[in-house]
Design a binder for this molecule. Sequence first.
Ligand SMILES: NC(=O)c1ccc[n+]([C@@H]2O[C@H](COP(=O)([O-])OP(=O)(O)OC[C@H]3O[C@@H](n4cnc5c(N)ncnc54)[C@H](O)[C@@H]3O)[C@@H](O)[C@H]2O)c1
Length: 247
Amino acid sequence: MGKFDLTGKTALITGAGRGIGLQIALTLQEAGADIILTDADAIRATDAADQFLVKPQVHQLDVTDSQSVRDLAARIGFCPDILVNNAGVSRAAPTKHTTDEDWRVVLSVNLDGVFYCSRTFGSLMAERGSGAIVNISSMCGDVVTRQESVVTAYNASKAGVNMVTKTLACEWARSGVRVNAVAPGFVRSEMTDKYPEEVVKAWSDQTPMRRFGQPHEIASAVQFLASDAASYITGTVLLVDGGYTCW
Ligand SMILES: NC(=O)c1ccc[n+]([C@@H]2O[C@H](COP(=O)([O-])OP(=O)(O)OC[C@H]3O[C@@H](n4cnc5c(N)ncnc54)[C@H](O)[C@@H]3O)[C@@H](O)[C@H]2O)c1
């Protein structure tokens, strides 16, 4: 695997109980990393751990609770080499019908969570002088997708993730910590399975590759950015979107 090899590194992934996060954890383990699998849903996280060849460490972590993030760092007792801020939620509704609670939940999981985890683990990485953070953003942080659903809070949260990524990348660039983001297009997961088939078809038709991405296609990009193969890359938001944003 050469520079893509993660042997000897420990990777902490948030929201890894299912979907893209779970696939990222499996892929990073395949690349040699020791895995710390976390999710707000403790049962989901424990069940997910059964899918690994080597059982990962499993911890319940709600990324919206900054004290829990600090407590987890203390419980683990060392600083991971790789942090993947993957936990995210989406609530689609016309803006008129988006409640205060909808707005807060989406912003707190998708944006506060990235900040809290980066602040705790990234600061430890910076003190140590090495580390890589990969944030799971979305192409929706950059473009507004066509209006089969309205996701104002989601889009705002992911635009925020992109700016957090660039800002932390600059802050920690000379401390040996790289901070990047992967911005997926439409990917098959429980987040998108809730949409009706005609919406899924419309989104596929609007994508130059005419299909949704698979979680493993996002995980490969994360592996790259987390590895020494990306040693001169920081502050980048890497689109993995089947060409959606070209049109
Ligand atoms: N599926 C897509 O099309 C798509 C596209 C672009 C970006 N993304 C992003 O990819 C990431 C993963 O999405 P997915 O499709 O796998 O979603 P998913 O809903 O299948 O999985 C999300 C996971 O996050 C966990 N989670 C939710 N709230 C949490 C919290 N407060 N703390 C910790 N964990 C929490 C859930 O328990 C779940 O296991 C998200 O950041 C999402 O915004 C997804």
